[in-house]
Design a protein around this ligand. Structure first.
Ligand code: ATP
Ligand code: MG
Length: 407
């Protein structure tokens, strides 16, 4: 992609209405545009990042046997009445149609998926079922001032599993815990697996938390063995000795990027989702749900992987892998075509602006590899990783080799 035609704009100054560093960079670098508090448009750079995060999650969900579906945003009021959440879910957006009929805008999809399962599952032979979607969610959040971290409209991956009994659910729940760790590792994030309250329908749940000063959660964790609990339920205190390993418990703000939950029969009961077992008895289906905040992840990465000059994307999430900068006397066109032919995602800064501006913008956008061609570099390229200060002069061939060995 040539930067001269890329639909974006890097602003000289930070937006005045954003507080957290990550979202300030995302807006300033033209990844997203704010429409209202907690509501954003994803522009080409931002959408590429969002899609890359989705792809990683999708691969891991498919690998564990998940089948992708897509449920509606518009939910009939009746479904929410059946579970009692029409009144108890405080962030529920309610809308009316021209006849005065009410509907909810989906903040989560138990009220849709359970009736679907009821139709599709009748025998023990039909279980287990693993389905998920990656979709736009809507919530009337009380406070939406942390950019993509707390949207009123945001992207979530929600996975639902359905089982014959508690044992089968427990086994899958443990498996998903590992799958989640794999997802966040691939994304380049350090997460704490945090034990949290399970609400009214289960003893406990697990949250996946990334330590960050802008996080809205507070966790107590052991820096040595990784044991962690959410402050809301914690039995340990800041400064205490870790009961698991003897290390020290610390308190820290954190961002919840995902959570897993055993629903047990909380929703099968009101929707009467049952199956016939081997003996012909009707039994309620056991279920689990597993969420990941896709757009929140984008905000989190922007937040924790950035420096004073701008964003620093890991290779997999980055909108482009290489940012090619042509300065006076460089061979930009030739190198751009060559990199493209090699299947490398490259953004080519072909604009007639100063070298200083190009460098500053490259740092702001945060593409992993900055490559400069100029009169000075001659037939070689000056290569620099966004995450490092070191530059080196290499041939195009060696640069491509370097990219290959990195993956
Ligand atoms: P939180 O405790 O942050 O309000 P939650 O526990 O209500 O989140 P879930 O309903 O389980 O979250 O949603 C699954 C995931 O979706 C969360 O772990 C989080 O990463 C993400 N998420 C939830 N609410 C939002 C939001 N308003 N904006 C962006 N992402 C969100
Ligand atoms: Mg939560």
């Amino acid at each position: 992609m040539k930067q001269s035609v890329l639909f974006t704009r890097a602003f000289k100054s930070f937006p005045s209405d954003e507080e957290a560093r990550g979202i300030r960079f995302l807006v300033r670098a033209g990844f997203v545009n704010k429409e209202a508090a907690g509501v954003y448009s994803f522009l080409p750079l931002g959408l590429r990042v969002l899609r890359n995060i989705e792809s990683i999650i999708r691969e891991e969900m498919d690998r564990v046997g998940g089948q992708e579906i897509l449920m509606p945003i518009l939910h009939p009021r009746e479904n929410w009445e059946i579970t009692g959440r029409w009144t108890s879910f405080d962030a529920l957006y309610k809308v009316k149609n021209r006849e005065g009929k009410e509907a909810a805008l989906g903040p989560t999809h138990e009220e849709i998926i359970f009736p679907v399962i009821k139709k599709m599952v009748s025998s023990y032979r039909d279980l287990p079922v693993y389905v998920y979607q990656i979709q736009d969610k809507v919530r009337d959040e009380a406070r939406a001032k942390s950019g993509l971290l707390r949207g009123r409209e945001f992207w979530m991956k929600d996975f639902y599993s359905f089982h014959r009994d508690e044992t089968d659910l427990d086994g899958f729940y443990e498996k998903m815990k590992k799958v989640y760790l794999g997802v966040f590792k691939r994304l380049g994030l350090k997460v704490l697996v945090v034990k949290a309250s399970g609400g009214t329908f289960s003893k406990y749940s697990h949250e996946f938390q990334v330590l960050s000063p802008v996080g809205e959660d507070l966790v107590l964790y052991c820096g040595k063995c990784g044991f962690a609990e959410n402050k809301e339920i914690a039995q340990v205190k800041d400064g205490e000795v870790c009961l698991e390993c003897g290390g020290m418990i610390k308190a820290g703000s954190s961002i919840e990027v995902g959570n897993i939950f055993k629903l047990n029969t909380r929703f099968s009961e009101p929707f009467s989702v049952a199956y016939k077992d081997e003996e012909g008895n009707q039994r309620l289906v056991y279920a689990g749900c597993y969420g990941i905040g896709v757009s929140r992840l984008m905000g989190t990465i922007a937040e924790v992987l950035s420096d004073e000059r701008g964003l620093i994307w890991p290779e997999l999430e980055a909108p482009f892998l290489v940012h090619l900068l042509e300065l006076d006397g460089g061979r930009g066109d030739v190198i751009y075509r060559d990199l493209q032919r090699s299947g490398i995602r490259v953004l080519y800064d072909d604009r007639k602006i100063s070298a200083g501006e190009k460098f500053a913008e490259a740092d702001l956008i945060g593409i992993p590899w900055r490559v400069v061609t100029s009169k000075k570099t001659g037939t070689k390229l000056e290569v620099k990783a966004r995450s490092s200060a070191e530059t080196r002069l290499v041939t195009l061939l060696n640069f491509k080799r370097l990219l290959k060995t990195k993956r």
